[in-house]
Design a protein. Structure first.
Length: 133
């Protein structure tokens, strides 16, 4: 009974993984707001914002994905007109037509997918800014 002997000497470890939906802190929410504002209003400086502000904060990949999930949520709330507070805060987006917002939602979703695939974050963020124009 070699298998019983091996089994008796092995340590059994049970691992339980829970996915946590990270709630963004105030600093990250401010980053989301500033990032959206930069892309929508100061578009010609948005690439500089990536390098000078966003990347300097040295967010982890997971934090960056969570930031983009929040950006997606904001654009989705505007698209579906579900959240009056968001509609007022980001009136410069809610004034755009739904087709343009839907295209931006697709770009944001594609960016989240790219970030999840372990690509170069700098290039992904630059691509995001360019596609959002």
């Amino acid at each position: 009974n070699i298998i019983d002997t091996i089994r008796s000497r092995c340590q059994i470890i049970n691992a339980y993984y829970e996915e946590e939906n990270e709630i963004l802190d105030a600093e990250k929410l401010e980053t989301v707001s500033d990032y959206i504002k930069n892309i929508e209003l100061d578009n010609k400086y948005a690439l500089l914002y990536n390098k000078n502000i966003f990347l300097e904060k040295k967010y982890t990949r997971e934090e960056t994905i969570n930031i983009f999930l929040e950006i997606f949520k904001i654009y989705n709330d505007i698209y579906t007109e579900n959240n009056e507070e968001i509609m007022n805060k980001y009136s410069y987006i809610s004034n755009q037509d739904k087709i343009k917002i839907a295209k931006k939602l697709k770009v944001i979703n594609n960016t989240i997918d790219k970030l999840s695939m372990n690509g170069n974050i700098n290039l992904i963020l630059d691509s995001f800014v360019i596609e959002m124009r």
